[in-house]
Design a protein around this ligand. Structure first.
Ligand SMILES: NC(=O)c1ccc[n+]([C@@H]2O[C@H](COP(=O)([O-])OP(=O)(O)OC[C@H]3O[C@@H](n4cnc5c(N)ncnc54)[C@H](OP(=O)(O)O)[C@@H]3O)[C@@H](O)[C@H]2O)c1
Length: 236
């Protein structure tokens, strides 16, 4: 499947649903610094604007960052990034369905962790569809492509100033949407995008995060991943 929303991202705003949390705000900060136009989405417009204001302060005077209630953010963009806790992913997608326009791409960073049901954050949660990203693909309107990405990047590091030391594995059934997402990943200093194949592979990538969280707890760090040994075109 090829998406009309594929192609270059520049000049197209990126709406981050749940963008007030550390993962969404960190991605927004890095992309704002790279010159992308960012809309921070929240259930509360005031909270969205406060988060946008903080991002503008960190990213510099020329940063193009605004804040909106999630539904307005979806309606204003065709590149959507979903950064909400797993337990709210299905509910928010159902709520926003009418506001997501056909041809949009939804980049899902949701990690299904056992913490969502009172368990440990270092254990993944089984999802009937195979992964949080595949659950999202069932819930978006027709004509919307889902891409899984950014699960293994530390939000704390994203919110800092230093280059990251992490690869971003991108999985999707839509090659154009995957390409656009890899281009966005490459705009984060220190990040290499890696073509991770079809959306069904998201289950593996999501589960790696549980392993990384366990390592972070044990060793008090901010673990990332690197995929080695592939030819250069795998990292574009
Ligand atoms: N933290 C990381 O290092 C990291 C890295 C990679 C991926 N992830 C994944 O990215 C997602 C977000 O992570 P996070 O740490 O930023 O999470 P978070 O702070 O717990 O939540 C992010 C935002 O989601 C919104 N939200 C919370 N409950 C909601 C609900 N019931 N319905 C709708 N929206 C709700 C909130 O925004 P409003 O209250 O403003 O609406 C909140 O600021 C998670 O799935 C996580 O597994 C996290």
């Amino acid at each position: 499947m090829s998406s009309p929303a594929g192609g270059n991202s520049s000049a197209r705003p990126i709406a981050i649903i749940g963008g007030t949390g550390p993962a969404g705000s960190g991605l927004g900060l890095r992309w704002a610094r790279a010159g992308e136009s960012i809309i921070i989405g929240s259930r509360d417009a005031k909270r969205a604007e406060e988060a946008a204001s903080k991002t503008r302060q960190k990213a510099g005077v020329n940063a193009n960052v605004s804040g909106m209630e999630n539904a307005d953010a979806c309606a204003a963009a065709d590149i959507l990034v979903l950064t909400v806790p797993f337990e709210s992913q299905a509910g928010i997608l159902k709520q926003l369905k009418a506001s997501i326009t056909e041809g949009s791409i939804l980049i899902d960073a949701t990690v299904p962790l056992a913490a969502s049901v009172g368990g440990r954050p270092s254990r993944p949660l089984g999802v009937w569809q195979g992964s949080a990203a595949q659950q999202a693909a069932e819930l978006v309107p027709k004509g919307v492509s889902v891409v899984a990405a950014f699960h293994n990047v530390s939000a704390e590091l994203l919110n800092g100033d230093d280059p990251l030391d992490c690869d971003v594995i991108v999985c999707s059934d839509d090659p154009d949407a995957a390409q656009l997402t890899r281009e966005l990943a490459a705009k984060i200093s220190g990040v290499r995008p890696v073509d991770g194949g079809k959306l069904e592979n998201a289950r593996i990538v999501e589960q790696i995060t549980a392993l990384l969280i366990g390592m972070n707890i044990r060793h008090k760090g901010h673990a990332g991943i690197r995929i080695t040994g592939l030819p250069p075109n795998a990292y574009r």
